[in-house]
Design a protein around this ligand. Structure first.
Ligand code: 2M8
Ligand code: MG
Ligand code: MG
Length: 278
């Protein structure tokens, strides 16, 4: 078994980024040896801290909506990962476009189409902090983008439609997160999840049963790829249409909804031996 989860608005509260209501289930999954894999719009830099705080250092992670995949040693393959690179023994895959290219194209489109938007590259730390509620060190980490640019739209819906068409012509795509629109290459959370499942099969020779959890439009490919899915009630007010026969919609928001969803699918099957563990 394996859990693939969005962070903001799902495992983490949309506003406070708290995850305590989900802690008992995180610990229970940990004791059962089930990896909990973050699949998020956040950056690799944000994840390096968060995965330690959440106790997920043995799990791989997906950052920037699928533009960055990080593999801890146990997920690395002797033949497929020739040069395990980077910090803390992690091997990093970047299956999509580079942020430099994305930002150049955004500048050109802004000029050519006369669009009004603010990208993270246009914002100083203060501005990022005021839009997101992140602390200064967290905002610094959010700014280290590798393969996706978050932006705030300040133009009409008609201009947005022209923008999406122009991005498409350039091999770029746009996904909606909780607060920002994210511009990136042709990958999404579902692709990254498939990639990790394939890697697991290559290493272990068996296919895992997957549970996907998320709250936003950018989570749809992940929810539709998972064997069972949890759509967490959102605070962002955006409609999320998921095409899955095994979908549970939570009553609660954020990490409470997260625990509610895991309980719904796996509550009877995964032992609750918290008393024994104490
Ligand atoms: C951005 O991502 C969220 C996720 O849904 C959003 O679009 O609202 C990213 O910039 C991420 O790096 C950052 O941590 C987050 C903070 O709210 O916003
Ligand atoms: Mg979310
Ligand atoms: Mg997200």
């Amino acid at each position: 078994r394996m859990v693939f989860t969005d962070l903001d608005g799902s495992l983490l509260d949309h506003d406070t980024y708290d995850w305590r209501p989900a802690s008992p289930w995180l610990a229970r999954l940990g004791r059962a040896g089930i990896p909990v894999i973050p699949v998020t719009s956040k950056t690799r830099a944000e994840l390096l801290s968060l995965r330690l705080e959440l106790g997920l250092r043995a799990s791989p992670f997906v950052a920037e909506n699928g533009a960055v995949i990080g593999l801890p040693p146990a997920w690395q393959h002797a033949r497929l990962d020739r040069n395990p690179n980077d910090v803390e023994g992690l091997c990093i895959k970047t299956p999509s476009l580079d942020i430099g290219f994305i930002r150049q194209r955004l500048e050109i489109l802004r000029e050519r189409l006369g669009l009004a938007f603010r990208g993270m590259a246009d914002m100083d730390l203060e501005e990022i902090m005021s839009h997101t509620g992140l602390s200064e060190p967290q905002a610094r980490q959010a700014r280290v983008r590798e393969g996706s640019e978050p932006l705030l739209w300040q133009d009409s819906e008609a201009a947005l439609a022209r923008f999406i068409q122009a991005l498409d012509n350039d091999g770029l795509r746009l996904v909606r997160g909780g607060r920002f629109l994210h511009v990136m290459g042709q990958v999404h959370k579902g692709d990254a999840m498939h990639w990790l499942v394939d890697r697991f099969v290559a290493l272990r020779g068996a296919r895992p049963l997957t549970l996907g959890l998320g709250d936003g439009p950018n989570d749809i490919p992940l929810l539709e790829s998972a064997d069972m899915a949890v759509l967490i009630r959102g605070r962002h007010g955006q409609p999320v249409e998921v095409n899955s026969e095994r979908l549970y919609r939570t009553e609660d928001f954020g990490p409470k909804g997260w625990a509610e969803g895991v309980e719904y699918w796996w509550g009877d099957e995964i032992p609750d031996d918290s008393a024994a563990a104490e």
